[in-house]
Design a protein around this ligand. Structure first.
Ligand code: PLP
Length: 380
């Protein structure tokens, strides 16, 4: 975005590059299609309408984690038979939304949840298609707040519960198990956890087959990370490598479909948060650049100790300086980064926080009664 365009907009605002999103979606599809893999877009990463419309128009399915996300996906035009509904705590109302719309699957996270879905499906005289979300006990080696595939996490059904689950299966007349589902975490940049996941999935898949349970699809979840440090060099994640690992190590049975649920890797890099410097405050050890955006606009640094690449869009200074880049919110965790090297920065400069397209706008809050942000699209 050029300087003249920038300064027309009230800061802070989210800026999305629809051309980069299009390219990213096309590359992901290219490499998934080679192996006939299906991709569901994980709505929770970004639910902006224009972004959803573009993703839907490319033929992606949807992965939802609330009843409202299921409704939103249908409103946007995603096919109900391409909607997976995950989440460890689905309310009865949310389950009914899924049932009424005949979605692709409920990804079920506990025996108790299956009992409830069976009961509600029976009231509606329907058969609910479910995938069992299994806890593979594979370490994603990512931040502990975004690790989901270990036995200590709240997600998924643990292996020691499976015998008991299968014993109850015949009594659930309104349930059909169609899939096995896994999701080990997010922002995973090493392929080793995915390889370990494949090995575990192969074992579990065989275990079910041996017990006569027909599994139609394997859903490997999402979690592919992006390069937050060098977003301009690596602007599109390595989907070829990612899907290649599954091609190499996953052993689906004949006729089993393979599904993925990607969020961050599809949308993170197309979005940025643009903010203005309010003040430069000289500290004892460091200078603070105080922005008009804070954790209310982008909570990832405060929530997961995430770091985003930060750039001064305006300064022409040949000098660089180190700054602690912070927001205006009354919380010490309201900090985008410590000792960030920027061109010499002054009040009024525009700051770009890169790779904010996933878990950015969707997590904004009105804390401190902050204003809602503008959204700007480029290259539409
Ligand atoms: C969040 C989530 C995803 C998407 O994760 P990304 O890291 O954004 O790819 C996929 N599946 C489930 C069940 C999730 O909760």
């Amino acid at each position: 975005m050029r300087k003249e365009q920038l300064i027309q907009h009230k800061t802070p605002f989210y800026c999305y590059d629809l051309e980069l999103l299009t390219q990213t979606l096309d590359v992901a599809l290219l490499h998934a299609n080679k192996h006939s893999y299906h991709i569901h877009y994980a709505l929770k990463a970004n639910t902006n309408d224009r972004i959803l419309n573009l993703i839907q128009s490319k033929g992606f399915g949807a992965d939802c984690v609330s009843g409202n996300e299921v409704k939103k996906a249908i409103e946007i035009g995603f096919e109900p038979n391409q909607i997976a509904f995950a989440g460890v705590g689905k309310s009865d109302e949310e389950i009914l939304i899924g049932l009424e719309n005949n979605i692709f699957t409920f990804n079920c996270e506990s025996v108790e949840e299956i009992v409830v879905i069976n009961e509600l499906a029976s009231q509606k005289n329907k058969i609910a298609k479910i995938a069992l979300r299994l806890n593979p006990n594979v370490d994603a080696k990512t931040h502990k707040y975004i690790t989901t595939g270990l036995e200590e996490n709240k997600f998924g059904i643990n292996s020691w519960e499976l015998e008991n689950l299968l014993a109850q299966l015949p009594s659930w007349k309104h349930i059909k198990i169609t899939g096995l589902h896994f999701h080990i975490g997010s922002q995973i940049t090493s392929m080793t956890p995915f390889k370990n996941l494949c090995i575990r999935v192969n074992e579990l898949n065989t275990w079910f087959l041996e017990r006569g349970v027909q599994i139609e699809h394997l859903n490997l979840g999402g979690g592919l990370g992006i390069d937050y440090q060098n977003p301009t060099e690596n602007h599109i994640p390595d989907f070829e490598l990612f899907f290649g690992v599954f091609k190499q190590f996953l052993e689906p049975k004949p006729h089993q479909e393979v599904h993925f649920e990607l969020g961050r890797s599809l949308v993170a890099n197309c979005g940025s948060l643009i903010s203005k410097v309010l003040y430069i405050k000289k500290g004892i050890k460091t200078n603070f650049a105080i922005l008009d955006a804070g954790m209310t606009e982008l909570i990832r640094p405060a929530l997961y100790q995430a770091s985003h690449h930060i750039e001064n869009l305006i300064s022409n200074s040949p000098e660089t300086e180190f700054y602690d880049v912070v927001g205006p919110i009354c919380e010490s965790s309201d900090c985008f980064g410590k000792r960030i090297k920027l061109k010499e920065t002054k009040r009024g400069d525009f700051i770009k926080i890169h790779s904010a397209g996933a878990y950015g706008e969707v997590m904004t809050s009105r804390y401190n009664l902050r204003e809602q942000n503008d959204v700007v699209f480029v290259n539409g």
